[in-house]
Design a protein around this ligand. Structure first.
Ligand SMILES: [Zn+2]
Length: 300
């Protein structure tokens, strides 16, 4: 057994950024809340503790960016075979999505989250040598907040037509978290609550404290190019502290994307997470955020 991962509520919860009711979505929430009720009968009150669902000790989210073909051809089925689910951050105007909407509908039906990764994948081009692969038309430093909101609203609508869902998370493009010129930037954290239940936020290589999660920018790790041993070490470190670790991947296997994790290393990761389901909750970002928000409401 790992050490008890009960977390004393030493700091206040941040209030949910969106008031949307998510209680009905997550069956697993009930197990966690029942655990809290059991605790209140034998010691600390429910407001004093946090527990992950079903006795698990930490959480992992695997997210995959850019809607590439191998995601629905091999990654999603591999996760499903292991009874795991992930978040796929979809760029709407990419061939991997536009030409394969039926395949993505099947991914959503299997229980994965289709997250919003924009229509056109805008990124900051503050220097001439930055993101030269991207048209200047999609320079985030020239976007206004309204333009960003309009683009993401339509991307949400397209995804809703695929999966029927009205709530999802946002995975930022090029890990950028601001729009507008450097001397007058607007943080996406101000805009996220208008369209999303939460967002992956910046690449900070820091696990998330479930009692202090900032849902507008939770913070993530990159999994690209890492070995399974590196990933396992990071995950075990987070789980020992009862935390949530959020990974961004692009391709899986050489040739799938310029950024990728070796297919063999990824397979070992999936097998490890499947073998440790009793300790580690592997779930889409929207499910983890929903659980944390519901737990926060319960503790109030
Ligand atoms: Zn991307």
């Amino acid at each position: 057994m790992m050490p008890d991962t009960k977390i004393t509520q030493s700091a206040r919860w941040k209030r949910p950024v969106v008031s949307a009711a998510m209680l009905c979505v997550f069956v697993s929430i009930e197990a966690g809340l029942l655990a809290n009720q059991a605790i209140s009968a034998s010691g600390p009150s429910a407001s004093d503790v946090f527990r992950w669902p079903a006795g698990q000790q930490g959480a992992v989210t695997l997210s995959y960016d850019d809607a590439i073909v191998s995601h629905f051809e091999s990654v999603a089925p591999q996760l499903e075979k292991a009874q795991l689910r992930g978040t796929f951050y979809i760029q709407i105007d990419s061939p991997g999505f536009r030409l394969h909407t039926d395949a993505w509908r099947k991914v959503a039906r299997a229980g994965h989250e289709l997250g919003n990764h924009s229509l056109f994948h805008p990124c900051r081009k503050d220097r001439p040598d930055e993101h030269t692969w991207l048209s200047d038309d999609y320079n985030l430093s020239k976007y206004t907040p309204d333009r960003w909101l309009g683009e993401m609203r339509i991307a949400n609508l397209v995804l809703q037509l695929i999966d029927g869902r009205t709530e999802r998370t946002f995975g930022n493009t090029c890990c950028n978290n601001h729009v507008g010129p450097l001397d007058d930037r607007t943080s996406l954290e101000k805009l996220i609550p208008r369209l999303f239940v939460g967002a992956r936020g910046e690449y900070v290589s820091r696990p998330i404290d479930p009692l202090n999660a900032n849902f507008t920018a939770v913070g993530h790790y990159s999994g690209d190019s890492k070995s399974f041993e590196q990933l396992r070490s990071e995950i075990e470190s987070a789980v020992r502290k009862g935390q949530w670790i959020f990974y961004m991947f692009h391709g899986v296997g050489e040739g799938t994307h310029s950024l990728y994790i070796d297919a063999h290393e990824h397979r070992k990761l999936v097998e490890y997470l499947a073998a440790n389901k009793d300790r580690i909750w592997t779930a889409p970002a929207i499910d983890v955020i929903g659980y944390l928000k519901a737990s926060a409401r319960q503790s109030q």
